[in-house]
Write a protein of this length. Sequence first.
Lengths: 247, 389
Amino acid sequence: MKDSTIYQRPESLQDVPTHYCPGCGHGTAHRLIAEVIDELGIRERTVGIAPVGCAVLAYDYFNFDVTEAAHGRPPAVATGMKRVRPELIIFTYQGDGDLAAIGIAETIHAANRGEKITVIFVNNGIYGMTGGQMAPTTLIDQKTATSPLGRSFQNEGPPLKVCEMLAPLDGTAYIARGALNKPANILKAREYIKQAFLNQIEGRRFSLVELLSACPTYWHLTPGDSMKKITEEVIPNFPLGVIKDER
Amino acid sequence: MSKMHALTGNEAAAYAMKQIDPDVVPAYPITPQTELMQTFAQYVADGAVQTEMILVESEHSAMSAGVGASAAGARVMIATSANGLALMWEIVYITASSRLPIVMAVVNRALSGPINIHCDHSDSMGCRDAGWIQIYSENCQEVYDNMVQALRISEHKDVLLPVMSTHDGFIISHTVERVDALKDEEVKKFVGEYKSLYPLLDVSKPVTYGPLDLQDYYFEHKKQQAEAMKIAKRVILEVGEEYGKLSGRSYGLFDEYQTEDAEYIIIALGSTAGTAKAAVDDMRAMGKKVGVIKLRVFRPFPAPELVQALSNAKAVAVLDRSEGFSGIGGPLFQEVRSALYRKADMPVSGYVYGLGGRDITPEMIAGVFGDLKEGRIHEDEAFHLGVRE
Ligand SMILES: Cc1ncc(C[n+]2csc(CCOP(=O)(O)OP(=O)(O)O)c2C)c(N)n1
């Protein structure tokens, strides 16, 4: 009988429902990573580092080994692991609070040292896990639980552009930004993720992919309106594309 | 005249902060403290306070911003839980040694790892040697009352030590209770204007905060902190009494419940004291002579006062909501046992309970009283109450 399967659960994902809210980007991001790991045939030598944030339970969803790190510390944990087991494929999975606020020092120094790791950075512009407070990536005028009048440039500064900040560092090999708001962007994001893993397989240095992602629950929007917000407000602040490719 | 409110513990703390209207509040969210800061952020946005609220990138920075603001002469209040407090650690000590009167609400949560968001006292107990005054609250009313008093204690010129005012995560922080709040003007008057004794840029009296302090003076400075902690005991009592005159609710170092003729006494911190009081009521109804001491102030530790309060008991049990990993028992047990050193005939029994939010019930507390009565005393090694073997 001819196999006519055109879509199935990647082996790198477990067959379980997730706890993510409707319209949240974490599920899509998990799937893209899982597909890429399957495609590259590295499932049995990949280790993920899970963040503290909404993706804290990522180890329940990925079907490979995952280590939990304290809030903001995944790049440091990944560094330790990769230095001891360079043959493994190590990636961190981090939110914008984890990577760009509390853990920004680890991010910059892992990048600057040129650690041969892959960083997947899910930017939803908010601290989702703790209930929707302002993050470094929150847009100007965006209302959050800790900025009820909207983020102000004067008090809180502009949204932090992590990719543009890291790209000039000599330690970084690959920096790209995708968005999880529509199929065309999601397919593009998948390419970036694949390249970021390929770089590690081929021994290149620090690779980071930022994924612009929705948090309908704390943006107080429907999933559909959240996707529109990414198109109309988030992407103009965080331009998409490959920002650095050393190859 | 006061006003009744229905508030969670976090809202009660935020409400006290609103009435105090501190100059600076640095904030970083962590469960279960989050609602406290969100409620306060709303007060800021509504213009109900004049506070400069700084949304920083981590707790380490939050406490550091607090140090900077306080050294510059501002009244600073702050809040955190568990890992947030752990990340502040370095600056927690620096705040105390710089003698900066910062008040911090600690919403007690189990420290990682493993990751857990529910209540135990491992976070604040980890800071017991940091040089902060520590006050534990039993319910939402006490959260409010203690926040207001904490500031007065902290800023007292003979004390000048930071204060942690703690309440149990979720059990108190997320539970709505009746809170009898003072009027805004009453709180304003009670806490008064804050005037730093050693402000920056007083050119006739230049100061340095946190300088290098080696073999020459470090030791003397530590001794001064220890002395201030001793004086704090007196000030805590004075402030507690003055607050009582204002509110009808006076406060001491600990609270004695049915202890006068009690043969068996349990000592506990926080919300568990309330559970223990309920257990005592049930047992008293059956004619059992039991009582509870709720320790309000853990730092400074009221050792002689406790010894006095326990002088007629036949045996005492100490309930710790944190593990000390000493092989002996939790921090409260060790302090009480050491306080009772000269009363060699007093059996002191240690229990560790409720880690990571595990429930403690009146039945379990009745069981502890039963142990005391029947002479099952855990004096060399605390018993883990409610754990599965
Ligand atoms: C030291 C420390 N401080 C604060 C927290 C509380 N905390 C948990 S998750 C989180 C924010 C997560 O936001 P983000 O990284 O953007 O991920 P998201 O939940 O939005 O996916 C915070 C502040 C913590 N766990 N540890």
